[in-house]
Ligand binder design. Sequence first.
Ligand SMILES: Cc1cc2nc3c(=O)[nH]c(=O)nc-3n(C[C@H](O)[C@H](O)[C@H](O)COP(=O)(O)OP(=O)(O)OC[C@H]3O[C@@H](n4cnc5c(N)ncnc54)[C@H](O)[C@@H]3O)c2cc1C
Length: 380
Amino acid sequence: MKTSDILIIGGGIAGMSAAYFLAKRGRSVTVLEREDQPGYHSTGRSAALYSETYGPQIIRKMSTASREFFLNPPEGFTENPILTPRGVILTAAHGNEGAIDELLTEGRANGANVVPLTADDIKKLIPILNTDLIACGALETDAMDIDVHALHWGFIRHFKKLGGDLVVKADVTAIAKTTAGWQVTAGGETYEAQILVNASGAWADEIAKLADVTPLGITPKRRTAVMVDLPSDVNAHGWHMVSDVGEGLYFKEDAGRLLVSPSDATPTMPHDVQPEELDIAITIDRLMTATTLKVNRPGEAWAGLRSFFADGDPVSAFDPDADGFYWLAGQGGYGIQTAPAMGEYAASLICGDGVPDRMVKLGVTEDALAATRPGLVRTA
Ligand SMILES: Cc1cc2nc3c(=O)[nH]c(=O)nc-3n(C[C@H](O)[C@H](O)[C@H](O)COP(=O)(O)OP(=O)(O)OC[C@H]3O[C@@H](n4cnc5c(N)ncnc54)[C@H](O)[C@@H]3O)c2cc1C
């Protein structure tokens, strides 16, 4: 039996960022990860974008609260910068101009650097776009690419340096409440801790059920990404990412090719999700409609799960009915860009210190991330 102060289930970006901040606070922490690679699921399948105009309000605040860590991580955290400039152009189809006005107003209110663009401006920046389909747009100049692998492994390496234990191939199969806290069976071993953190991504409700805790109604949604080769006369180096505000398509340059997604969000079960042929075909069709590109053969494709609660916001809070059971789930499509703040926030709440001051100043409240908020669908 291995005993720690805190057990975390899930070694993705959510679990590892919280583990790192808890270890920094001197807590003994064990992370249990089912796979042999901790980034195997959602964390290793993202589009790796940091945008302060993306997602619901609490996400935007947590993204802004993460910026400082991204730009000035602790000494030796990563070898190269975590963020590199990208910029994102948001485009609106005719009839959807209001979405750009809203984005400009809200983005600026949040401190993001966003400027309006005409269809002609957009054509000059991304010449392959069929801009007759675009009414207007906006450029978020400070949107960045995230080196997800470096960030995730920065958390892992520094967590281990602080004495933390990450156990891979540790599939959690049983959870029992004890007088001392929680007893967890994983990979044939038994682990015990006073506090159990559920950072199992798409499996968050499954883990709750194993622990006899009422699920909060998480829905994993499949999203597809496809790599596309560019013709030799198209040089996409330095292009901003392009994303339709109506969430029908986005693409960004990646090592001289395009990473393209139809922004699909198909509800599914928690599993090792794979891309569907139909979604790949839709991706290519939308790309060929939006641009002058002719794609004969798509490149490699993958799919990942973006997991949401009913109201679209994540939960980072103790369960109201299960002593010492902490939810850290529902990061949706924003779990990488919010990870530093979400990890710090979770560690602070778990240690009984409430919302960190710098997040209070950004308007982050415990209510927004609570497991008791009315927007959740608790299913006994
Ligand atoms: C196509 C796509 C594009 C995206 N683009 C972006 C983006 O540009 N920016 C951004 O910020 N976010 C993006 N996201 C979202 C981001 O990837 C997720 O929000 C984030 O990775 C969630 O992290 P997690 O740690 O909660 O989940 P995961 O990485 O899935 O980690 C959960 C872990 O729990 C483990 N686990 C589950 N059950 C058990 C068990 N019984 N025992 C032990 N371990 C268990 C799993 O093996 C898994 O490793 C994107 C996602 C997708 C799919």
